[in-house]
Ligand binder design. Sequence first.
Ligand code: XIL
Length: 469
Amino acid sequence: MSDDITPAGRRPETRHGTRALLISAAAALLAAGAALTFAGSANAASTLGASAAERGRYFGTAVAANKLSDGAYTTILNREFNQVTPENEMKIDATEPQQNQFTFANADRIVNYAQQRGMKIKGHTLAWHSQQPGWMQRMEGTTLRQAMLNHVTQVVTYYRGKLDSWDVVNEAFADGNSGARRDSNLQRTGNDWIEAAFRAARAADPNVKLCYNDYNIDNWTAAKTQAVYRMVQDFKQRGVPIDCVGLQSHFTGGSSYPSNYRTTLSSFAALGVDVQITELDITNADPNQYRNAVADCMAVPRCTGITVWGIRDSDSWRSGERPLLFDGNGNKKQAYDAVLQALNDGVTPTTPPTTPPTGGPTTPPTTPPTQGPGGCSATVSVQSWTGGFVATVRVTAGSSGTNGWRVTMTLPSGATIVNTWNAQPSGTSGTVTFSNMSYNGRLGAGQSTEFGFQGNGVGTGMTPSCSAT
Ligand code: XIL
């Protein structure tokens, strides 16, 4: 197999040259109907896991079983992380090296370690074109389909009740502009191999969350992202069991953090799945990219956790690029501070209470909101593709600042909203009023905030008007 070349750049190589790996208590935010938000330093936690937990999320790392005897490694692991993903120990070649002979010793070391410390565990991964044992690499057709389903059933059954989630299928889509499935022996067993794997996993454990995981699905407008999105949408519509989508997010020089990352996270989430950043590492650990990626997850309520792909640079599969949060000596890098800050700054957007506050239902205002003397203004920028668009609206407060704001826009006929973030829309088509959320209504004089929405149809000619409250 040759290395994947993507328009975005070459995939990082694995250190195993012989392999063709292509790589290859914060939930209590609602008190008496009022949304509480965290305002940064007042609640600043001093470790990644504690900070994420305060916002109802996890912060994890890939773990290698053979490093659990390295004291420097485990000191950081125990202090900073509350989730783990076995880096290689649950892959098909590790758990079923000979057909129907399962070996879980190394995976169990990680599972036991994590369980003893109350860390969440993501199983990785049940069905993948890469890191297949020799016997499976040589298989095709019905025999392979049966073997794959047997593998899913046996491994999920073995770990039933112990894991938070499973990467059921990994990396099933092709890079580039085709939006097609990646060719592999699994794909050649029939296009329904992915849903068959998810159904087998659900049958083996009704409670573990079932995820689809992939790389290069970070940029919302990329063909690969759109193709995975359509598959998840189709699965949700047809009742194929899927609970989460993992964005690996191996950011490289050529395929770096995209500015529309938040749109990607919120768009997947709007399909009714959790989203997670599952294998984060960034060339030279650029602190800005790390900060932005984490802030984006914090801004999307269903972005439930972040996992970095290793602890120290020396632990990384891309060690030459020093892409992690700790240097080889276990010292915190600048990127560490950026991530901790972004976690501590993170507010958890809340949906408005569904029940009226005590005191009975409130009548909606019948008169237009009074406008603060300084008012506000709004501008929109639209990014379109065939059949859809994303609108980003910037709200800027006038000279008096705002306590709240409302932006009204008329969508062109035929256009409908499928997903909104950082604002509450009054409807999905025609003239729509977007109201601020609890956490972004208050703006100082001249300050700005952004909200956005994704639409079907054409998003041209929308002129926003803003009123301050
Ligand atoms: C990598 C591991 O980090 C390496 O140790 C191993 O040699 C190859 O695989 N996408 C995935 C991960 O889903 O499983 C890969 O992990 C990195 C890319």
